[in-house]
Design a binder for this molecule. Sequence first.
Ligand SMILES: Nc1ncnc2c1ncn2[C@@H]1O[C@H](COP(=O)(O)OP(=O)(O)OP(=O)(O)O)[C@@H](O)[C@H]1O
Length: 236
Amino acid sequence: MAQLTCKNLTLGYDNRAIQEDLNFSIDAGDYLCIVGENGSGKSTLMKTLLHLQPPISGSIEPGDGLKKNEIGYLPQQTLVQRDFPASVREIVLSGCQSRCGWRPFYNKEEKMVAQKAMEKMMIQDLADHCYRELSGGQQQRVLLARALCAAQKILLLDEPVSGLDPRVTAEMYQLIKDLNKKDGITIIMISHDIAAAVKYATHILHIGEHCFFGTKKQYLQSSLGKAFTGQEGEDE
Ligand SMILES: Nc1ncnc2c1ncn2[C@@H]1O[C@H](COP(=O)(O)OP(=O)(O)OP(=O)(O)O)[C@@H](O)[C@H]1O
């Protein structure tokens, strides 16, 4: 049974459509990569899935017992965020905010969730460090730990490796793979790194002038997939 089903979803701003009639679904444990040209609407789709942005039309239906607050989000980092003057622990804990409701402090259980998330991302030694003094790779681990505090079922990741060097990029992909394979967390990731998308994803959603949704294998056999991955004509 699908955790999320999007039917005839049209995305955009002020009634100006960017993408029309998207249809796809995601099952528990899937690893979906969203690929496509710059400006095709990938980030807008992610914001729409998170209900931060209303769709122009169509629906996003949760299933398989998924609740609204069980989706964690790792946004694209901005320069201002990189300079955020808070400790690693505070930032990871802030992922628990939706659990707190109106309570103005974090309880024992939430602190435990944050501790576990830091351990999983191997940043427990950095807990009292200031976020802005960390390297780009360490900062991404902190934000991933924060997203894990918010949710344990689905993680939405918006270009999680952008700006990272190749070694740190590989480590980040390994951490995400482990969350998917070992913890069964569904991954939905926007990526410009088509080689990694093809390596790690179970499913691909390609949006743009032409759209595609299917398994990785189907994508690689499609003309759109062949063109985008640079394999066009190889087997002719
Ligand atoms: N808040 C907004 N209001 C109006 N238009 C917006 C807004 N945010 C984005 N857009 C427009 O929507 C289109 C899609 O943007 P979006 O950021 O979703 O694309 P993307 O596929 O994620 O791009 P990239 O690959 O460059 O990150 C762009 O033309 C952009 O200018």
